[in-house]
Design a protein around this ligand. Sequence first.
Ligand code: 5AD
Ligand code: SF4
Length: 464
Amino acid sequence: MTVPSKKLYIKTYGCQMNVYDSGRMMDLLKPLGYSLTEDASTADMAILNTCHIREKAEQKVYSELGRLRDHRNERRETGNDMLIAVGGCVGQAEGEEIIRQAPYVDLVFGPQTYHRLPEIIEKARRKRALSGEKTYQRTGVIDTDFPLESKFDLLPATTFSPISAFLSIQEGCDKFCTFCVVPYTRGAEYSRPAKAVLEEARLLVEFGAKEITLLGQNVNGYHGEAPYSNSNAMGPWGLGRLVQELALIPGLIRIRYMTSHPRDMDQDLIDAHRDVPALMPFLHLPVQSGSNKMLEAMNRKHTVSDYLNLIEKLRKARPDIAFSSDFIIGFPGETQADHLATLDLIREVGYAQAYSFKYSMRPGTPAAAMDPQVSEEIKIKNLCEVQDFINQKQLSFNQGKIGTIQSVLIDRQGKQVGQLMGKTEYMQSVPIAASADLLGQLVDVRIETASSNSLAGHIVSRTA
Ligand code: 5AD
Ligand code: SF4
C-alpha cells in the first residue's frame, strides 16, 4: 500500500532535549507519509516543539502560532489544509490555555506523550471533521497526561544519525530548584535501561555518528537498569559505568553528556573522566550563582565551596578539562554583594564558556512568590556585567589555543561553498576549507586565530 505524501514542518525551541524529541517525532511520522519541509506555508502538519523555561521562550510560541494560522488560511483558499500542533513544555504547562488563546490549534501534547502522535493526530482529524471545519471552534485535542508507559520503549529506533548525535538517556527532574519549571513539565526522574541506551548508541554509530552527547535534564543522576542479569546484583548503572561501556563501541570517538547537577557528580563519573579518553574534557556544570545565600534560596543544596572542590577533583582527574555553566541573574533577594560573589566565582573557575539569563518568574514555582523581586533595571545592568565578564573569559580561553594543535571533528557543512565546520574537544567551532570527503573525519588543526566564538587554522594531519 502506498501512503500519500504529506509535508511536515517542525520548529524546535529550547534545549537539546527538544532537538532530540523533534527527531523522534519525525521518525514517528515518517511511516504515516510525512516528509520534512522547512517552509511552513507548504505544510500539511506544523508542530511547534516548545520551551517553557523562561517567559520569552513562551511568548515566541504565541506569535509563531499567529503566523501558522495565516499560512493555514492561505492554504485553505487553494483547497489545502494544515493541522497545527503545539508540543513540548508549553503544551504540558499550558494545555487548555493554548486552545483558549489560539482556538485554531488542533492538538496539544507534552514531552511525555509525543509517542502517541499518530493516535492524537487521528483524534484531532476526526474532531475537526465533525466540527464542520469552523476555523475558530475550539476543537483541539489535548494529551498531556504523564503516561504509564515509557515513551522510549514504544518509539522506533532512530535512523536519523548525524556525525554528532544526541542520545536521550534520562528525563525529568526531582531536584526542584525554586526557579525551575522542569520538574513540573518533564515530570519525575526516569532513566532508560542501560541496554536500550547501548543499543541505540550502536545503531547511531552504525549510521555514521562519531560523537554522541548523552542527554538528560539531570543526566548525571542517571541510574538505569543494568543490562546483564549477573550485574543486576550490583544494582542500576550510574553514568560513569555507562560511559565506560559506551567507550567500547568501535567507531565512537567522542562522548559528552549534559546537563549535570553538581550534587550528582559521583566518584565513578569523576573516575570516568580520568580513565576514558573518549569522554571529552569539557563539562557543562551549571552553578547558577556564586552566592551561598542565593544557592540556598534556589534550593541547589550545595555551597560555593562544594562546587569549587568538585571542580578541583575533576581537574585532578583530567588536567585538561574545561568548564561551562549557567547563571541566573536577579533571582529574588539578590543584592549587589551576591552579584559580586557571582563575578568572583566566574573569575575563580575561568569558564571556557557560560550562559547567563535574567531571572524569569515562572508561574507555580516557589521563587515566583519570593520577596523582593529584583527590578528589571538592575537585572539588565548585572546581566550585562556578567556577560561581558564571561565573554572576556571565553575570549582568553580561545586565544590560549592559538599556536596549539587541536583535534577537530568535522561534523557539518559550513555556510560558504567549500567550507566545512568542525568542533574541538572544547566545543569551539572551527571553519575549515576542505572538500566534503573530510566530513566525519577527525583532523589535527594548528590554530592561528581566535574570537570569542570560534577558532580558525589549518589542517596539519588526519588522525582517523
Ligand atoms: N529564569 C531564568 N533562567 C532560568 N533557568 C531555568 N529556569 C529559569 C528561570 N525561571 C536557566 C537555568 C538553567 C537553564 C537551562 O535555564 O540557568 O540551568
Ligand atoms: Fe531545573 Fe534544577 Fe532540575 Fe536543573 S536541577 S532541571 S535547574 S529543577
